[in-house]
Design a protein around this ligand. Sequence first.
Ligand code: MSP
Length: 637
Amino acid sequence: MSETPGAAYYATTPIFYVNAAPHIGHAYTTILVDVITRFHRLKGDDVHFLTGTDEHGEKVAKAAAAAGVTPQAYVDDISGQFQATWDRLGIAYDGFIRTTDPAHRKVVQDVLQKVYDNGDIFYGEYSGLYCVGAERFVTEKELVDGKCPESDDPPELRVEANYFFRMEKYRPWLREAIEANPDLIRPERYRNEVLAMLREPIGDLSISRPRSRVPWGIPLPWDDEHVTYVWFDALLNYWSHLVTHGTERRYWPATEHFIAKDILKPHGVFWPTMLKAAGLPLYQHLNVHGYWLADERKMSKSLGNVVRPLDLHEKYGNDAFRYFLMRDMSFGLDASFHEAGIAERINSDLANDLGNLLNRTLGMLGRYTGGAIPAFGALQPADEALRDAFLALPDAVTELFDALHFDRALEEVMAAVRKANKYVADQEPWVLARDPADAERLGTVLRSVVEALRVASVLLEPVLPAKARELRAQLGLDDAPATLGDARRWDGATAGAATRPGDPLFPRIDLEALAAAIAAPAEAPLAHKDEVTIDDFAKLEFRVAHVQHVEPHPKADKLLVLTIKVGPETRTIVSGIKQHYTPEQLVGKKVVIVANLKPVKLRGVESQGMILAAEDAEGHLAVTTLDRDLADGSEVR
Ligand code: MSP
């Protein structure tokens, strides 16, 4: 068991492509790393948690072009959405890296130069099948029905002169390293997959793209007509982050990478050989999980079957959503996502077993001890059995967490919670309460359950960070941050302390109502305004306006000041759309304005009209544009 206090523990998620907003696949890996880092913090380890966004590459450049904005505006927007989502989900990351950060770019260039100077990079021509979705060359053998197994897109044939990294040269070394280190890549099936890849030549890795074709990337330090291949740039994030903060000695190679199986080859083959060529030690573990499937297919933007993490967080509560993700996936295997599964899991484990134990206990304490935590009397065998079951949990959970069996660790804790429920039923405190001669015995029983709940709350805290603390608060326990040591004692509560009962931790979900809602999502009726006549409507003047120039309002965070042309007139309009559009996204657009609105001053700037925009229930906003080009000044009726 690795319970050395202060041991370095550096855990990373993949850095996500900014070509789409986060879905629960991305959220799963990030929540998983949040859970495991919280667990290591509980153990007292020196933890560092890194996540971030992967912002270069053809895929991102294409997505920006499709959205009609500059790559930088585009990546700023989506990277911001990832950060905002992680913040809303309470992810306690220590670092958020963006590959467009100048500090990262510099480290990539330094490493490239070193590998180049060592003679491991050469210039050559290559032809092969390239998949833009996966951002890598794929082999004929890898294709499934002619399509890339990772992105499900057909690859394209490319012939290009590029710089190559001598990856093949390191193949024998990598095979030996993996063979000598049985759990370097885990679970074992992924280790076997990588070993299978290494049985045949892996070729050299093309690590540049001509700037003429892909201008969006990090220039090679010795030839700025080429930019760095996105995977070479992206993988280095794990290292560059530490270098930038001067913590590479502290955290490397105590490195735990967490990824899904889609990116096994870059992490299991490219990255170790890159590290070797750069003279750096290998990571500690590559931990590979399976996919969340929707309708038996991998959830992905291109398949249109994504589930948004924030929707579930809103609907079920953050901790319950985390619990479901951790409990219902076996690490390494795929899991099917069904919304009803979340509700069932919440009802059975969290509402019935854990929440119920807390409520019963608080109720009995209120009735029998005036809400005070009782002292232990002499322990009987049933009390000792309960104590032993709970005090065995910290070791069991540590072992299961270390082996990535998060689902089983939670099941162990819940099995103990069910034992505690049974203990209450067997000991019948309500019978003991009838006879004052049993007061001490009653105290011992209730106190045993309080200790059981307390120990469970400490072990569940990595998964239920808010609810575990709330549970302890309701039991009147002090709110000092928990440590694993708190789960190793049976005397953590203080006799005489007052409980503070509150709302149920996990309200039960009405499964029938949920099933009906999933089958036919009820749409709220629209709230219409009073009818107007055509004459009322005719009083309003709408016109096409051409956006010339946009700048932030000097005094207000949410406002933009737009200079627009309406036929021969130039006007200023102040609009509250700053959270939704960058100035670059607006300049050049033809929008529709209300042209005869009485001017008003908004924080000191006069607004001469209003831009029409639509907003949906989730607060997404879109300004009204025209589907064909018309002269500004044209009237809209
Ligand atoms: N940018 C690269 C990674 C570079 S790391 C140096 C990339 N980005 S990604 O946005 O496509 O993210 C892939 C990762 O998202 C997966 O490895 C996994 O962590 C997560 N997932 C995306 N879809 C998923 C599921 N359907 N199920 C589980 N995890 C999924 O690849």
